[in-house]
Design a protein around this ligand. Structure first.
Ligand code: CO
Length: 285
């Protein structure tokens, strides 16, 4: 990796190192998730970086892709299993991490996801194949009596691309792609439910896909923001300033219709059981 690129990754990692304990200190009973998300995002900016995507705060059976909207009144309550997924980017170079906290009680799902992540990190070295990482993740989790989420994966990270090749599934597979000279995120999801997530409402996160002619002025404005302000990376309605909420919804619908943006609906565990998540980014070289 070029020295310049490595320095940017180092900076993103350092900001992430500061953000993680700060974020953990905010996740407690009675806290507003809107406030938690905004405080984390603001702190990332104060430290000279940018959020690589809206802070995901996904609770209980919601596995991923939940970020509070401007009117979100959700408070964290006792017994909640709260997952916080945080991407920090410096000039497009992304450090992606997630942790889980159980409010007011121990939770074995979290321990299993942390253990599986730890075991996976131990074996990652240049030349390791995707299926070898997946196998360790699934074996560790099942040995502790739980299921991984089979249709969620770790992933490569590239400049301005938060989900690059290869996909690193949480379940056993035959993918022989070798990991080397690249940056990857190992992302473990554990549940005591059936082990699959499905897309469900609401949709809160979007991302630029391609330029297309679109009628509505506000839609053109949002597309412009998606590029210049949000760097072609995922964004949320909460980040769109200066447009009334109703118009934002109409504009996003129009952009989806013409295939100019993609959406990331909330992912819920299909049997409604709790999900824990642990994620770490690694430079493999
Ligand atoms: Co990730």
């Amino acid at each position: 990796m070029e020295k310049e690129v490595l320095e940017k990754y180092e900076k993103a990692r350092k900001v992430s190192d500061e953000i993680l304990p700060f974020a953990k200190s905010l996740v407690k009973e009675g806290a507003s998730i809107l406030e938690v998300a905004e405080r984390i995002e603001n702190k990332i900016k104060e430290l000279g970086a940018k959020p690589a995507f809206p802070i995901n705060i996904s609770i209980n059976e919601v596995a991923a892709h939940y970020t509070p909207d401007i009117n979100d009144q959700t408070l964290i309550k006792s017994g909640d299993l709260v997952k916080v997924d945080i991407g920090v980017q410096v000039d497009g170079y992304i450090w992606d991490r997630a942790f889980s906290i159980s409010i007011g009680q121990e939770n074995q799902l979290i321990k299993a996801s942390e253990k599986a992540l730890e075991e996976a990190i131990k074996v990652v070295k240049p030349g390791i194949k995707v299926f070898e990482i997946s196998e360790i993740i699934e074996d560790t989790v099942t040995s502790l009596g739980f299921n991984t989420i089979k249709n969620l994966s770790g992933h490569g990270l590239e400049r301005f691309n938060q989900h690059a090749f290869p996909s690193i599934p949480n379940s056993k597979n035959t993918i022989k792609a070798e990991i080397k000279d690249q940056v990857i995120a190992i992302e473990v999801f554990v549940t005591d439910g059936s082990g699959y997530v499905k897309e469900s409402s609401p949709t809160l996160i979007y991302k630029f896909k391609q330029n297309k002619p679109v009628r509505m002025y506000e839609a053109r404005k949002i597309l412009e923001m998606a590029k210049s302000e949000f760097d072609f990376l995922p964004f949320t309605k909460r980040w769109i300033k200066g447009i009334p909420p109703l118009k934002i919804d109409m504009a996003l619908r129009q952009l989806l219709e013409v295939d100019s943006i993609v959406d990331f609906p909330v992912l819920r565990e299909i049997s409604g059981k709790k999900v824990a998540q642990s994620e770490e980014t690694l430079i493999v070289e």
